[in-house]
Design a protein. Structure first.
Length: 277
């Protein structure tokens, strides 16, 4: 059973009908054991991918304020070797970025072969925030759906494994987390009045995300909805979906590394000498 919910191409999703909680039959302690096993496998797969240099991985994390994007990054990235990971957070575009097409600032952070890029927010803000707050006209943001699909398809064809996760929390859970930030001195630095203001647009964001899922979930770059009220379940769902996406490439990576090793041994042998002892 997959814990993240994969969205089929063209499927209409109604977020209010998707639970934000873990299924009742999923035990937290057992999930912790399973997560540890998955993270170990993820590290092994990363090592193979790093050596083979045939593919990269782009992980996109989207969600409402307090959905847990930072926490998910900390957990997933913690299972990886830092040498092959970059984490990029996208805020409002700068003046320079506004002078380019909306994908310009995104594309330059796409992963190199052998590496992971993890996006905290992404190019999807340009069909979400701009839509909800009328920052640009619909005639500008609506064509971006097809631009995004083309962009992600191109990445896939060039060897990039694209995974997109929507961290799905309830309005009640979000309120609890915002209040907790106010009470906890260690979390108070995260306080932002705009987080409360954005709650007023809950339904508008739901509608915008539902459009994103329908128009931009593809075979090359699928969207996953991750029930995220429980952090332990969120982490399990993301790690599991990531490992499942990488497993089909494992044999090809091993074959590439085997060939590299053979060529290396042959090159060494051709030298006719090497230092002994």
């Amino acid at each position: 059973m997959m814990h993240a919910i994969r969205i089929d191409k063209g499927k209409k999703v109604t977020l209010d009908e998707v639970s934000t909680r873990p299924p009742k039959d999923v035990d937290k302690d057992k999930a912790g054991i399973q997560l540890a096993e998955i993270e170990e496998e993820l590290g092994e797969l990363q090592e193979l991918m790093w050596g083979a240099r045939k593919n990269g991985v782009l992980v996109v994390l989207q969600g409402r304020d307090t959905a847990g994007k930072d926490g998910a990054i900390k957990r997933v990235a913690g299972a990886l070797n830092p040498r092959g990971v970059q984490v990029v957070s996208f805020g409002p575009p700068t003046e320079e970025e506004l002078q380019h097409d909306f994908l310009w600032r995104i594309h330059r952070h796409a992963p190199r072969k052998g590496e992971f890029s993890i996006f905290n927010r992404s190019h999807y803000e340009d069909v979400l925030v701009v839509r909800v707050h009328d920052l640009v006209e619909e005639s500008i943001w609506r064509p971006r759906f097809s631009h995004i699909v083309d962009f992600e398809t191109m990445l896939g064809q060039e060897g990039c494994i694209v995974l997109k996760f929507f961290l799905h929390i309830s309005k009640e859970e979000q309120r609890e987390r915002l209040v907790e930030r106010e009470k906890d001195p260690a979390k108070a630095w995260k306080l932002n009045p705009n987080d409360w203001k954005e709650r007023r647009y809950w339904n508008e964001y739901s509608e915008a995300y539902e459009d994103v899922f329908k128009r931009c979930s593809t075979e090359e770059a699928p969207w996953y909805i991750v029930p995220a009220d429980a952090k332990w379940y969120r982490n399990l769902a993301i790690a599991e979906a990531t490992v499942k996406a990488l497993r089909p490439y494992k044999e090809g990576w091993i074959e590439t590394l085997t060939r590299k090793g053979k060529l290396g041994r042959e090159a060494l042998k051709a030298l006719g000498e090497r230092e002994e002892g």
